[in-house]
Design a protein around this ligand. Structure first.
Ligand SMILES: C[S@@+](CC[C@H](N)C(=O)[O-])C[C@H]1O[C@@H](n2cnc3c(N)ncnc32)[C@H](O)[C@@H]1O
Length: 286
């Protein structure tokens, strides 16, 4: 079968399976199956797939039609200009998380300008694929980090990403619950913790609900179980004037604004995402 025929057929199959943007997805998957740039499909619509290529594409297409996320099929996701390995043991990095990363890098660079001789220290809670800390360390050579996760398998993925991006010598991993085993104090704590209310499970896209790790997504009735604990425990692990940056969910800023104790923290700031949703809580230890 030719590329053109196959694209039409697969786009229909994905559309019937309920995949959003089926034509683009079919094209991306075909380019991946053929190990070619997407432009190859446009330049060679008449190309006939070999039997091996057709079988490989069919296998990948069956997975996507079952609504397995594209990124788990290709085992790759781009984040902050870097390629990350992803497996079903980790959350697929989301573009909105780049807001937190950008702010962390900006603040660390400011600190670095004040004292270029000092090592900057960062702690991440819930490292997952490593996308946050690896991106920060890549962009701030004076920084070192400790990253924790409750999932041993997630830490394995993050380790591989740290190695492939050549920052592993500045990153230490601890497997455990939040700050368990962390004895140091840091200039900055960052986290994109689970923050989805448990009851939202039923309304979620199949790709997320059936394939992404629930321990990376859900955090109690209002989604704030883990964030509350991080806000309570973070002061013990921050230097004076240290920053806490936490990604938060839709509609959570109001409750969090009231939760932050003004005798411990500066007035909370909320950084918006592109849809003007408050996406990152930023507070400084007094
Ligand atoms: C939303 S994912 C974020 C992953 C990655 N940092 C990112 O931004 O893509 C949350 C991560 O927190 C981890 N996690 C959940 N509960 C935890 C806990 N009590 N202590 C440490 N890590 C936890 C999960 O295993 C998951 O890897």
């Amino acid at each position: 079968m030719t590329i053109l025929d196959l694209l039409n057929q697969s786009a229909n199959r994905l559309s019937e399976a309920g995949v959003a943007d089926p034509r683009r997805e079919a094209a991306s998957l075909l380019a991946f199956a053929l190990d070619k740039a997407p432009a190859f499909l446009i330049a060679h619509p008449e190309y006939e797939l070999t039997d091996d290529e057709a079988a490989r594409f069919d296998g990948l297409m069956a997975r996507r039609a079952n609504r397995e996320p594209f990124q788990y099929i290709t085992e790759q996701q781009e984040f902050y200009g870097l390629d990350f390995e992803v497996t079903p043991d980790v959350l697929i990095p989301r573009p909105e998380t780049e807001i937190l990363v950008e702010e962390a890098i900006r603040e660390l660079n400011k600190l670095n300008e004040l004292n270029t001789l000092r090592e900057l220290t960062v702690c991440e809670i819930g490292v997952g694929s490593g996308c946050i800390t690896v991106s920060i360390l890549q962009n701030v050579p004076a920084a070192t980090a400790i990253a924790t996760d409750i999932s041993e398998k997630a830490i394995g993925v993050a380790m591989r990403n740290a190695t492939s991006h050549r920052i592993a010598d500045r990153l230490t991993f601890i497997e455990g619950d939040l700050f368990a085993g962390v004895t140091e104090k840091f200039d900055m704590i960052v986290s994109n913790p689970p923050y989805i209310p448990d009851a939202d499970l039923t309304d979620m896209q199949k790709e997320v609900r059936d394939f992404e790790p629930h321990s990376a997504l859900f955090a109690g009735a209002d989604g704030l179980d883990i964030i509350r604990r991080i806000v309570n425990e973070a002061p013990e692990h921050l230097n004076r004037g240290g920053l806490l940056l936490i990604e938060i969910g839709f509609g959570q800023s109001k409750v969090l604004g009231d939760l932050v104790d003004p005798s411990i923290w500066s007035k909370p700031e909320f950084l918006p995402d592109l849809q003007s949703i408050d996406r990152v809580l930023k507070v400084r230890l007094r």
